[in-house]
Design a protein around this ligand. Structure first.
Ligand code: FES
Length: 565
């Protein structure tokens, strides 16, 4: 009797012969002959979902990947994993990133496949798939559904979801009326795809390219372009080659290639969320990426991609300008060029054929004449964030980057919601808003609440930015003078939980410092009254709260670090 070549991953019945026999019988359902399964079997791990619009359109791309696999002589078999979409997931997708990573890892490991193409779209999916692929470590390539095309309202280009936030703030401030906000709402997300600014989804896609896990140029191709179908077919062909050469994620996602991804993050002014995700991916491979490394690389990486929310253009424009390969070509003097990639070639070899048109020079600047000398993210330290915090200085107000102000504290998301628009709230534009208990454990799941709303009474006075500090995250599409990921978080006893309204806080981004001007003795006294946030959830949420690591450690579970023993 002929059997499949997947006898190493048999269902356990205590009888290998029977396991092979029953598998052969059941695997006839697709019409393949048993000997066909001797060819490379490629899983297409996908997060297709009608609930999550960023993934809703990926069916034709899955078909195209299958075509590519068949053309290269493999057998494509799609399988689903958890689908995460930012807008339709409560309380926040970050709570479920690790669950998605576990699902991805375990299904790759459990099923009889030789290689895998990972396809998703929205913010947390790409990192979760890379985490899972790193741990499962069979030949893998990642591809996304691609970004949306630009939106437009009254001649102005709209970007989801930087403009969701911008116009909502203007609406709250009384500058946009009911009819206008409804018209804007209709134009914000005009096509299939993920958010089309350099938010978290786009950032993780370009980082995947920079670390060699996606075919060059793939990140920026709009969801609606024919080129994305071609990219999918090429991905399908390439995974078969990777299986034949046995090139695995652990050979591609090295310390050096992760440094290349950090350079990319800094050069495109990418999402602060990527800091957490890259640390988590590295953790799966026993690689340490301390926050200080991000700061060090940021200081020596020019900010060259002029993309929202820190710049002017969007992903569709970035695609016309050549996308991530052009950024990498500009950065090549500071990249590790000998790293292996999913093309089967090194970064250096991939970059040899990259061309650039001067027509698009305002979108991707040169290394020598960047938008800014330094990268897009700064890491802060101080007695308010002993293990670090992050800020996007180029998406902030320059005049607030060195500022001392009075703290106005909100003890939780609920407290924030209840009091933010209270006309009697004692708050002034020069104050510093502090949100506690919105971190990994306290949130739980570290929601994207770090861009605290400006109180309505200040909005009506024309105030549009204030310093905001929290242990939460913010969307990669958000903006403002926002200090995030303060670690340790309040819920595990971090100093941010000891701040009281009226305390003085000092932010100095140039010095990379975040200081709470309260003397040690007073802080010690406050610590005596501190109580940990009770763990109240059930099931997965309970597991999450008990095992999640802090932001500076990537928010993975403590039991998922490192390789399989
Ligand atoms: Fe999915 Fe923005 S909501 S990428």
């Amino acid at each position: 009797m002929s059997t499949t070549n997947k006898s190493k991953k048999l269902t356990s019945y205590g009888d290998r012969g029977f396991s092979q026999f029953i598998r052969q019988a059941f695997n006839r359902h697709l019409g393949y002959e048993p000997e066909d399964y001797q060819k490379p079997v490629i899983g297409i791990c996908n997060t297709k979902s009608e609930i999550n619009r960023c993934h809703a359109h990926i069916g034709p791309l899955i078909d195209a990947i299958k075509t590519g696999v068949l053309m290269a002589g493999g057998i494509p078999l799609e399988f689903p994993t958890i689908s995460l979409g930012e807008i339709n997931t409560s309380p926040t997708t970050m709570l479920y990133r690790n669950l998605a990573a576990m699902d991805t890892e375990e299904m790759i490991r459990a099923q009889p496949i030789d290689g895998v193409v990972l396809i998703g779209g929205c913010d947390k999916v790409t990192p979760s798939q890379l985490m899972g692929a790193a741990s499962a470590d069979i030949p893998s390539i990642i591809i996304t559904g691609g970004p949306m095309n630009n939106g437009e309202y009254e001649g102005r280009t709209l970007g989801a979801c930087s403009d969701c936030r911008f116009f909502w703030q203007e609406y709250r401030g009384g500058k946009v009326n009911d009819q206008e906000i409804d018209e804007i709402n209709q134009a914000l997300a005009p096509t299939a795809g993920h958010c089309m600014v350099m938010g978290s989804a786009s950032t993780m896609a370009v980082c995947a390219e920079a670390m060699g896990m996606m075919l060059p140029g793939g990140a920026a191709i709009p969801a609606t372009e024919n080129k994305r179908l071609q990219h999918a077919i090429q991905t399908g062909k390439k995974i078969v080659e990777l299986v034949e050469k046995d090139i695995r994620p652990s050979q591609i996602m090295t310390r050096n290639s992760l440094e290349n991804a950090i350079r990319m993050l800094m050069a495109v002014g990418g999402s602060t969320n990527a800091v957490i995700h890259l640390v988590a991916i590295a953790g799966r491979l026993n690689i340490e990426l301390p926050l200080d490394l991000f700061d060090e690389l940021s200081k020596s990486t020019p900010f060259i991609a002029n993309l929202r929310p820190a710049g002017k253009y969007q992903m569709e424009d970035f695609y016309r300008a050549g996308g991530a390969p052009v950024v990498m070509k500009e950065l090549q003097s500071v990249l590790h060029l000998e790293e292996m990639t999913v093309t089967g070639k090194s970064v250096r070899e991939n970059l040899e054929s990259v061309k650039f048109s001067e027509t698009y020079r305002d979108i991707i600047r040169t290394f020598e004449e960047p938008l800014h000398k330094e990268g897009g993210i700064a890491v802060l330290k101080g007695n308010l964030a002993p293990n670090g915090a992050v800020i996007k200085p180029k998406a902030a107000s320059a005049e607030l980057l060195n500022h001392k102000g009075r703290a106005v504290v909100f003890s939780s998301l609920q407290d924030l919601e209840e009091r933010i628009d209270d006309p009697h709230l004692d708050i002034n534009p020069e104050d510093i808003m502090v949100l506690q208990n919105a971190g990994p454990v306290g949130g739980p799941g570290m929601p994207e609440a770090g861009m605290l709303p400006i109180p309505q009474k200040l909005l009506k006075q024309g105030v549009r930015d204030m310093i905001r500090i929290s242990d939460a995250r913010m969307s990669g599409t958000a903006f403002g003078t926002v200090v995030l990921h303060t670690a340790p978080e309040a819920a595990v006893g971090g100093p941010i939980g000891l701040v009281r309204t009226g305390d003085l806080i000092e932010l100095n981004v140039e010095k990379r410092s975040l200081t709470l001007h309260v003397d040690e003795q007073e802080l010690e006294n406050r610590k005596k009254d501190w109580k940990p946030v009770p763990i109240v959830g059930r099931g997965y949420t309970r597991l999450y709260q008990k095992h999640v690591l802090q932001a500076d450690q990537g928010c993975d579970f403590d039991f998922l670090l490192g390789e399989e023993k």
